[in-house]
Design a protein around this ligand. Structure first.
Ligand code: XIL
Length: 459
């Protein structure tokens, strides 16, 4: 951790979080408890991480930061990374014409929730605008384009972001430089140039090089190690390395902690920046249990090294994961399932951060209420009834709305509302919930002022 420049903003002051709780539409803790009561860690992950001075972060999609997605992002994590919102192709699709809407939204959300933001990413070979990739550039021109991009983007958020992934994925698997527009036009010093420009644009941000398949000790991570050593020798600003950690079930490198330690010994911080652990679908209880052990091992390796600043998951829910789109037949890679129910991996992260979890009951049926989407005046919600060690042949779920919400429509259940009291009963075709199974119903409702999640009762 650098001592020569201003210290990082304090991570999460209670005051900030309380303010967010009181002013936000998404009132925090209680909501999550309503949504996920039976499975939740006994303390939110972010509180456990704060106590260890670590980041527990998640990549997010800006447009989804409402409802239950927003509640979990805001209450469980003390760091956010925009999954796509700060990439070149998103912020400057047309040369000189910027779109900061999603990036701003994420930074504002983070500030309202006392979270730090990891900027991602400034120089990469992927997700660039076509005017850039299809242009023909002299070295002088491209160097100027790079400098300007970094000055503009880093400058926009100066003082507000904790960290930047300045350079993303510079190496090939054998440890040679990846042949990209940057490397081919500017040579390997594009990396030093980008870091120098970023430091000038925001002297307080921690500057990282980020890559994948560099989690264990191997040719690629050794190339990164050698690069960082040489940058430091030359006085180029470099504060940390990001190990993406897009891992495959059963393939967590045994040398992960040793690798983190060797970078730390070089005098830079290390962050696990994009953790997910994918499995071949379908997910089974055995695979999810193994995944939990592996999540625990990764987080524990970071906790064990003081210069490892923390772990960011690449999407916290399987409904917001890049894996199924990119790795055919694989999925279930994140700590929450598609309905926002915490998976065993969630409890494992809590354990690695020194917390405890109350396991889901093994002989019960439970109902979990989530807000899946929310707009000015309305929202969509869902209730999932799941059984483990028990079964149902019919069901009735009821709750009390405390803030004037009114159901306008429901599906897969018959719902009635009298005053503040809502009761929903199974439809003709979905009364049966087998042991190990689940049924979901949905509804639309109106709200104004606030939309707290109620406690639901299953009868
Ligand atoms: C991924 C996003 O999650 C996807 O939504 C997008 O379609 C492609 O990029 N390494 C990185 C991330 O550094 O930026 C990538 O994110 C995943 C791999």
């Amino acid at each position: 951790m650098r001592t020569s420049r201003p210290p990082r903003r304090p991570r999460t002051s209670l005051r900030t979080r309380l303010a967010a709780l009181l002013t936000g539409v998404s009132v925090a803790g209680a909501l999550l408890a309503g949504a996920t009561a039976a499975h939740a860690a006994d303390a939110p992950l972010r509180d456990l991480a704060d106590a260890k001075d670590k980041v527990i972060g998640t990549a997010v999609t800006g447009s989804r930061l409402t409802g239950t997605y927003g509640e979990i992002a805001g209450t469980e994590f003390n760091g956010l990374t925009p999954g796509n919102a700060m990439k070149w192709g998103t912020v400057e699709p047309v040369r000189g014409s910027y779109d900061w809407a999603e990036a701003d939204r994420i930074v504002e959300f983070a500030e309202a929730h006392g979270q730090q933001v990891r900027g991602h990413t400034l120089v990469w070979h992927s997700q660039n605008p076509s005017w850039l990739t299809n242009g023909s550039w002299t070295a002088a021109e491209l160097g100027q384009v790079l400098d300007d991009h970094i000055a503009t983007e880093v400058g926009r958020y100066e003082g507000r972001l904790a960290t930047w992934d300045v350079v993303n994925e510079p190496f090939d698997e054998d440890g040679t430089y990846r042949r990209t527009l940057w490397y081919d036009t500017l040579g390997q010093d594009y990396i030093a140039r980008a870091l120098t420009a970023a430091r000038a644009a925001d002297p307080a941000a921690e500057l990282y090089i980020n890559d994948y398949n560099v989690e264990g000790v191997n040719a690629k991570s050794t190339a990164l190690y050698d690069l960082v050593r040489s940058l430091k020798e030359r006085g180029v600003p470099i504060d940390g390395v990001g190990l993406q950690a897009h891992l495959i079930l059963g393939q967590v490198p045994a040398s992960l902690q040793q690798n983190i330690q060797r970078f730390a010994d070089l005098g830079v911080d290390v962050a696990i920046t994009e953790l997910d652990i994918r499995m071949q679908l379908p997910a089974t209880p055995a695979k999810l249990a193994q995944q939990a052990d592996e999540y625990e091992a990764v987080v524990a390796a970071c906790v064990a090294v003081s210069r490892c600043t923390g772990v960011t998951v690449w999407g916290f829910t399987d409904s917001d994961s890049w894996i199924p789109d990119v790795f055919e037949g694989y999925g279930a890679a994140t700590p929450y399932d598609e309905d926002y129910a915490p998976k065993p991996a969630y409890g494992a992260i809590a354990t690695a951060l020194g917390g405890t979890t109350t396991p889901p009951p093994t002989d019960a049926c439970t109902a979990a209420y989530t807000v899946t989407g929310q707009w000015n005046t309305g929202f969509t919600g869902q209730v999932r009834i799941a059984c483990s060690g028990a079964a149902l042949s019919s069901w009735k779920v009821s709750w009390t709305y405390g803030a004037g919400q009114r159901i306008t429509q429901s599906w897969n259940a018959g719902c009635t509302q009298t005053g503040t009291q809502v009761t929903c009963s199974n439809a003709a075709y979905n009364g049966s919930v087998p042991d190990g199974g689940a049924v979901t119903f949905g509804f639309n409702a109106s709200w104004s002022g606030s939309n707290p999640v109620p406690t639901v009762t299953l009868a």
